[in-house]
Design a protein around this ligand. Structure first.
Ligand code: SF4
Length: 276
């Protein structure tokens, strides 16, 4: 076999292997009530959801154990949730929302007004992961709707997307009291839902906003100021760490760096560079 043919064969094997691993992960994540044919078709059509071959980022790969363990809700027939609910726009996402239910798995349940599951397109190629709901999000039941959310929306639009085209979710789904940082036991109780959401959406690129999103997904406690702007990999998905919009509101001088990070994401997704 020629070297070129051998390389092509290796590439195909790698893609097929990744597709199989993704299907297994979906099954393990408990979103197997999606018709398998639909999932398989999605894996096939999503094959282009790999690194832009024209981009040459200095990627650092992190190998993660696939630990998401959402199980189908046996009471699904009487579910109060529908695919029209925020962040539930596919059978897989709806199954995860049903599993979350009116969750009391951690102590944040007692202080919430509304559980904030997620929002956006179920087939988004770009997914943002934040930390947890603030006061506005807690009241409205939607992530990133306060001042930091307005900044995030501006950033999304500047990247050439509409907010509705991307998917947005947080590490914890309920507001920590007084907007304190989420604690380890709360993240441990909640992170499997986020991981299942990522598996269900299957984005081409993840943007991790701030240190809690980065630490949760990459298990890396390096300060975000040293991680931002460097491509990483989460479960085969390209991941760009950058600053949280709330941090940017407090430190506007960092907006320039965050924008540089997002321009790398635009390039990865084939978006035209912003006009000078
Ligand atoms: Fe459940 Fe997550 Fe809310 Fe805790 S933060 S109660 S684990 S949904």
């Amino acid at each position: 076999m020629s070297k070129g043919a051998h390389d092509s064969r290796s590439e195909v094997d790698e893609i097929l292997g990744e597709a199989v691993r993704h299907l297994e992960w979906l099954r393990d994540a408990g979103v197997g009530d999606v018709p398998l044919s639909a999932v398989a078709g999605r894996a096939t059509t999503n094959t282009p959801r790999t690194a832009n071959t024209t981009a040459t980022p200095a990627a650092t790969t992190t190998t993660m154990t696939r630990t998401a363990t959402v199980t189908p809700n046996p009471a699904r027939g009487s579910s109060p949730y529908t695919q029209a609910d925020k962040g539930c726009g596919s059978p897989a996402l709806l199954a995860i929302r049903e599993e979350v239910g009116e969750c009391t798995r951690c102590k944040l349940a007692g202080g919430r007004t509304k559980l904030v599951f997620g929002v956006g397109s179920a087939s988004a190629e770009l997914m943002f992961v934040g930390e947890g709901p603030g006061a506005d999000e807690d009241l409205q039941g939607e992530p990133f709707v306060g001042k930091a959310g307005q900044l995030l929306t501006k950033m999304i639009v500047a990247m050439g997307f509409q907010r509705e085209e991307v998917y947005i979710a947080n590490v914890v789904k309920c507001r920590p009291p007084g907007n304190r940082d989420p604690e380890g036991d709360e993240i441990a109780a909640c992170e499997r839902f986020l991981k299942s959401q990522i598996a269900a959406v299957n984005p081409r690129v993840l943007v991790a906003l701030g240190r809690f999103a980065v630490q949760t997904l990459l298990r890396d406690t390096t300060p975000i100021s040293r991680q931002r702007g460097r491509w990483r990999t989460y479960e085969g998905v390209r991941l760009m760490p950058t600053f949280h919009p709330a941090y940017l509101l407090r430190n506007p001088a960092e907006k320039k760096n965050a924008w540089e990070d997002l321009q790398q994401v635009m390039k990865e997704l084939g978006k035209p560079p912003p006009a000078k």
